[in-house]
Design a protein around this ligand. Sequence first.
Ligand code: HEM
Ligand SMILES: [Cu+2]
Length: 572
Amino acid sequence: MAEVTHVDGAHDAHHEHHKPSFWSKYVFSTDHKMIALQYMFTGMAMALIGGYFAYVFRMQLAFPGASIPFFGTLSPAAYNSLVTNHGTIMIFWVAMPVLIAAMGNFLIPLMIGCDDMVFPRVNRLSYQIFLLSAIILIISFFVPGGGFGGAWTAYPPLSAKAEFNATPFGAPMWLIAVTLEIVAFLLGGINFITTVMNARAKGMRMYDIPIIVWMIVIASILFMCSVGPLIAGAVMLLFDQTLGTGFFDGTAGGDPVLWQHLFWFFGHPEVYVVLLPAMGIVGEITCTFARKKLFAYKLILYSTIGLGILSFFVWAHHQFISGVDPRAAYLFTTTTLLISIPVAIVLFAYIATLYGGSIRFTTAMLFALAFTGEFLLGGVTGIWLGSSGVDVYLHDTYFVLAHFHYTFVPIAIIATFAAVYYWYPKMFGRKMNETWGKIHFWGTIVSFNGIFIPLFILGAGGQHRRIYNFQHYPDLAGADMQDMRVFATLSLIVMLAFQVIFIVNFFVSLKRGEKVGNNPWKANTLEWVATSPAPHGNFGATMPEVYRGPYEFSVEGREEDYWPQNEKPSES
Ligand code: HEM
Ligand SMILES: [Cu+2]
């Protein structure tokens, strides 16, 4: 049983006597909420860069060779660099910081009812290393030779030698940036796991922990366990690039496929590292706005743990055409198909939660529902690709690309929006405008499908990934295929335009949004006990105590349809 590790009230007394300066409040803060916001704003800024890159290369694909508004003409080398850095940024500098770092930092102490992370200065260091990594990556776009263009998977031999990739500075800088980013998240993960294990509010038992907190903890453990081989691989690759070693060089006795194993042993669990917090977000929001208890909490929890373990045994499904033994391919097909079971259990538990609920279609809820629906499409197409026979045909086509964007966009974009609309009141004390929120929702979801459904079709038609200009390939140059490329690109422009609504709504609501009390959505978890926004130390003099699980909605015999975790039984 966890003990609250501080004397109630002492924390606040200690902090009352000085007014923090701008620097100590916003830049060098150790408060978990400020670090969360730093991660969130950095992630959102990086999303603008990653989205801009997508705009530029999609314009090239729709209108090959034309001058692109707000960019100019795009060279083949720059195309490669933009695709590579779009993928890298979206995963390492958008999904990771927003879903794990911002959500974990903001929610864990508030939801488990403690005053901060157990290692606040490690937490601050984590963000600073993260920021440094982002700066190094951005500088790498401007060095001689330009930014790395060897794809986010960085397969050697292309990535290993400057004579192949023609980015003598961009390639090692990319590698150093990714490695530092990983260090930042290892530091963050230590904090998350330790805090949840040691600093929970009095009375909070294992099964009283909100599902999102579990998901972030499991994600942090997955990250820690999977990243070691990648770091080892990254060091070897850096030596190949800069010292002339041959770890991945076949002619020097090395093995380029070794990198693929090291990369995907990390890369597949990495997908779950960002998926789990997103599923946690959706679980919380689904319960609150369906006014229903989470269906099968324990089953979800144990399925997630099972999913985490299984995720270490599927990596070679990315390597079916790299010459793996067909018998091994069969094994990896089996594990891949198996892993869809726990994912499906969680999603269907969410759907079951909706059943019979009195659903409130807030903007946050719409995004949560959209996540469940759209992610299913990503998951189902994953089953096809996981079958080695099918993948031999579809490998590295736009079918794969559409598949993983149907997982990553729901994760990094749709679930993130759900979270922002839902927890914004706790972050800033006001609500975002719901009408504009719903316009933003519909514009985003419709255009998202408009981008990627055509790409499924193009991929099934044989369109390969990472190609600068399809007009060079007679089989892919037809007008019907080109029309679909144009449609996808126009849909992207529509999608980007709708994000302006979000950005304006976000910033205008900071000043003009409807002011809210502590618990605007009438939810049960502890973050809604704190004032909105929560002060330094979170709960003031009296820390909350927990008497029940997080999802006691619509309990029979109660007047209210919710039952906060900290409400004393006698009060009811
Ligand atoms: C919603 C707007 C987005 C659009 C229109 C888009 C479009 C694309 C396209 C067309 C490519 C492939 C280009 C090529 O192979 O030549 C690509 C690659 C990629 N995208 Fe996205 N994307 C979007 C958002 C995201 C998000 C949110 C993520 C992840 C969180 C992501 C992750 C990736 C990755 C990992 C690659 C592979 C890069 C590589 O091949 O090295 N994208 N994207
Ligand atoms: Cu995988």
